[in-house]
Design a protein around this ligand. Structure first.
Ligand SMILES: NC(=O)C1=CN([C@@H]2O[C@H](COP(=O)(O)OP(=O)(O)OC[C@H]3O[C@@H](n4cnc5c(N)ncnc54)[C@H](OP(=O)(O)O)[C@@H]3O)[C@@H](O)[C@H]2O)[C@H](O)CC1
Ligand SMILES: [K+]
Length: 313
């Protein structure tokens, strides 16, 4: 599997092989999140916390999969560079799927420059979003890091409830970590509302930069058009290890913006040899699968010990 462009399924196979040879998912997530932080900095070259702290507020939208986990890591690395972040986790933290993402979520609370909101509903999403004003983190209680979600503290005294329209929210960059390559079907509920919020905010504020992690959320990993067009429109997308086939499609040209490919330290042998990753792809079967539907295996064997290859056939 040493081609230049790979599919989402092939990437999953490489991840699995990497894990089998000792590169843990936690290490991969750390490297992926670090890459996202780097891309955020590149995207907004105006970042200079010492000169202009107000311009250095990043808003992360995070889902419950590892795409959200990458966002948590990125926020921590930005804090390391003295850049403040706000993280909107969509839903309750007990829904976070993987151990590596849970670990990175817990670490967020150890950094004063990061404020976390566990958003429970669409109304809470818009209220919390609206509680930030043009001076930056007005929605953050800076003394104890607790959340204010009443949306009443805007300098102009107004509340936006739809996330649309003219906005003076002080985020420089929005990072989309809602869905990654584990997305299927169509976005619904809170995730759908978040996608629309990002889109309408970008429309209202052309100076705002939007960065998608791995794939614009809502865009199918097949590269097909998003259902009802409901996907994030990004200025840029950062993907990992290799260019993805879905980022070379017409849909990607519409939604992904400029694509950056970052290495995340995958060992060469994870791709050089067939491992359990490729096998787990083969095991994907439908309930009505017939002989040959899941692929065919060529056994090449020789020498005096023909029993095992014979049985394999
Ligand atoms: N080597 C790499 O490239 C690495 C990539 N990383 C990052 O990991 C993501 C892929 O992570 P994964 O957890 O597999 O997927 P997602 O983050 O997309 O999350 C999927 C969860 O979302 C739920 N889901 C899926 N579709 C929908 C939908 N239509 N509506 C609502 N929810 C949906 C689904 O939950 P279920 O309960 O429905 O199963 C999934 O659990 C990759 O993109 C990279 O960003 C690693 O961090 C590092 C290595
Ligand atoms: K994403």
């Amino acid at each position: 599997m040493r081609q230049k462009t790979i599919t989402a399924d092939e990437m999953k196979a490489v991840d699995k092989n990497a894990s089998d040879i000792g590169m843990t998912p936690l290490q991969l997530m750390e490297n992926a999140g670090h890459a996202v932080a780097d891309a955020v900095l590149k995207l907004n070259l105006e970042f200079n916390p010492e000169l202009n702290p107000e311009s250095s507020l990043v808003l992360f939208f995070a889902g419950h999969g590892n795409n959200g986990g990458d966002a948590f890591v990125a926020a921590r690395h930005l804090a390391d560079k003295n850049i403040r972040s706000v993280v909107f986790l969509l839903g309750n933290s007990c829904r976070i799927k993987t151990e590596e993402s849970q670990i990175n979520f817990r670490l967020l609370k150890q950094t004063s420059l990061i404020t976390v909101f566990e958003i429970q509903s669409e109304s809470e999403l818009s209220e919390t979003f609206n509680s930030f004003d043009s001076n930056g983190a007005d929605g953050i209680d800076k003394t104890d890091g607790t959340n204010r979600t009443d949306g009443t503290n805007r300098t102009d005294g107004t509340n936006r409830t739809d996330g649309a329209g003219s906005s003076n929210v002080g985020f420089s960059v929005i990072v989309d970590g809602i869905f990654g390559t584990g997305f299927s079907g169509e976005p619904k509920g809170l995730e759908k509302a978040a996608i629309h919020l990002i889109r309408s905010e970008k429309q209202a504020r052309p100076d705002l930069k939007v960065l998608s992690i791995d794939i614009p959320s809502g865009m199918p990993v097949t590269g097909a058009a998003p259902i009802d067009g409901a996907a994030v429109i990004a200025d840029s997308t950062v993907t990992f290890h290799k260019m993805k086939t879905f980022l070379e499609t017409e849909t990607a040209a519409e939604f992904a913006g400029e694509v950056f490919v970052y290495p995340i330290g995958i060992p060469e042998n994870a791709e050089k040899y067939v491992g359990t990753g490729e096998l787990s792809l083969l095991y994907k079967r439908k309930s009505d699968s017939k002989k040959g539907d899941s692929g065919r295996v060529l056994v090449i064997a020789g020498g005096p010990y023909s029993g095992a290859p014979g049985l394999a056939g």
